[in-house]
Design a protein around this ligand. Structure first.
Ligand code: GTP
Ligand code: ZN
Length: 210
């Protein structure tokens, strides 16, 4: 029987995130706990991986990762996502304690098919921001609202956040999540993603030394 608990964030913006179930998830670096959530407002299925006692009131090493099927699962070298995910999981494993939220907002929120369209435009010379705009999207369509009820369910309050993205830090703080420190997460630079990383630094303000 599915154990469904509805989690409604304190701000109550109509967001309905349901906790579904947890299990073990052995990986090359540690055996995490895998937690499943469904955002009933958009139908998206989000995941969280935890290791150790994340509900003990102390700040938790955390990664809020946005889905990138091509980078996370298909080894794409167009971006740095897969390498960042692996680096984050290794750091949590080394620390013995932490949380990784895996948000299903592919392609900076525009979806997988539109990301392929954006890639095609980048093959023809546009940068990642121009491509999104050409397709009629904002440069970043992501939302982080689901993180708040997921963290509340897991007992996570304050975090040491692994990211290079200033907008992500701002968005989580606006939700009432205390970002105690920002931990740089620079991984996976290669000749194929040099232009992309430079565009992220210059056009989206990411703290990437490039
Ligand atoms: N639209 C679009 N999305 C992309 C592109 N390349 C990667 N993505 C998506 O961008 C998201 C990851 O965002 P990034 O900007 O790489 O990193 P971030 O999560 O904002 O920042 P970090 O926390 O530092 O990793 C994932 O959802 C990817 O699928 C692209 O060229 N176009
Ligand atoms: Zn990616």
């Amino acid at each position: 029987m599915t154990n469904v608990i509805t989690l409604v964030p304190a701000e109550g913006r109509g967001l309905q995130v349901e906790y579904v179930e947890s299990s073990d998830l052995p990986t090359p670096w540690a055996t995490f706990r895998l937690h499943g959530f469904v955002d009933r407002t958009g139908g998206r299925e989000h995941l969280a991986l935890t290791l150790g006692s994340v509900a003990d009131g102390e700040p938790v090493l955390a990664r809020v990762h946005s889905e990138c099927l091509t980078g996370d699962a298909l080894f794409s070298r167009r971006c740095d996502c897969g390498a960042q995910l692996e680096a984050a999981m290794k750091r949590v494993a080394a620390e013995g304690r932490g949380v990784i939220v895996y948000l299903r907002q592919e392609g900076r929120g525009i979806g997988l098919m539109n990301k392929i369209r954006a890639y095609r435009l980048q093959d023809e010379g546009m940068d990642t921001v121009e491509a999104n705009q050409h397709l009629g999207f904002g440069d970043d369509e992501r939302r982080y609202d689901a993180v708040k009820p997921i963290f509340e369910h897991l007992g996570v309050g304050a975090v040491h956040l692994m990211t290079n993205n200033p907008r992500k830090v701002e968005a989580l703080e606006a939700l009432g999540i205390q970002v105690v420190t920002r931990q740089p997460l620079v991984a996976g630079a290669n000749p194929h993603n040099h232009r992309y990383l430079r565009a992220k630094a210059r056009r989206l303000g990411h703290w990437i030394p490039i």
